[in-house]
Design a protein around this ligand. Sequence first.
Ligand code: PDD
Length: 288
Amino acid sequence: MSIIFLNGAYVRAEDARISPFDRGFTFGEGVYEVCIAVNGNFVDAPAHLARLDRSLAACGITAPPERVELHSIMKELLQKNDVRTGLVYLQVTSGVSPRNFTTCPEGRSTLMMLAQASDFEQTPAFRDGIHVQLQEDIRWLHRDIKTTMLLPQVMAKRNALANGVSDTLFYDALGITEGASSNVFLVDGHGTLVTRPLSNLLLAGCTRERILELAQEAGFVIDERPIQRAELATAAECFVTSATYLVAPVLSVDGRAIADGKAGQVTRRLQHLYCAYIAGEGRACADI
Ligand code: PDD
């Protein structure tokens, strides 16, 4: 039985009540985070909570009253659900108001958190890699905000499945923006890691940031610039990063194999470095 955290209380999921006038429901006025835990300890929680603050500020949503204790609530939620390795999903909406575009809620913002067990190092995407398709990025121009308005992503992922692949990468006039729920990296013929620089046009992934740091420490050359669609045809390797993918090899794009169609050496090395990091992060944070 799943226990969630809703507006100050731990409740059974089936007993939880959210108002039909919640603006997350009527207007999609909400933001979220997905933070994974390994052996009971969160990976890069401060970065996720900092991004939550940025998303809240960008949307003008008041932080929930539990903001200062979020990390310990996340931890307790894991324990109450008996999850050691998995994720916490955290959503904040602006709260309840009559259905009117501009009315500001009088009460508190809504905070909902749930925990799910999952071993991300054992997924087929992580172990074997994924096949993807390309689609024009039809989303809005504030993709740096981690909003719950995810219809374009849901449609793109469903369309990928209908086309026999597992995910969609988006592109705009400058090149690849990001995956439907991940950031995209390419390894060029010289072994240089290429990924799009941060801007309002993509999410500042916490995994992206960590991978860049680990890659730099390991001596890789990094070039933050847009990846052209045509470059995928000649890329040595390609991979995506996210809290739940960790680092997942991309094996083909629109039916064309990347290099020999197998996970590349650089990708495997970065998977290894990241897994060592998240295991160590768990130990380092054991007392939080
Ligand atoms: N999504 N870009 C988009 C559009 C995303 O939705 C995500 C994460 C990322 C990667 O961010 P991070 O490394 O901080 O997880 C990039 C989460 C996992 C989700 O929506 O489930």
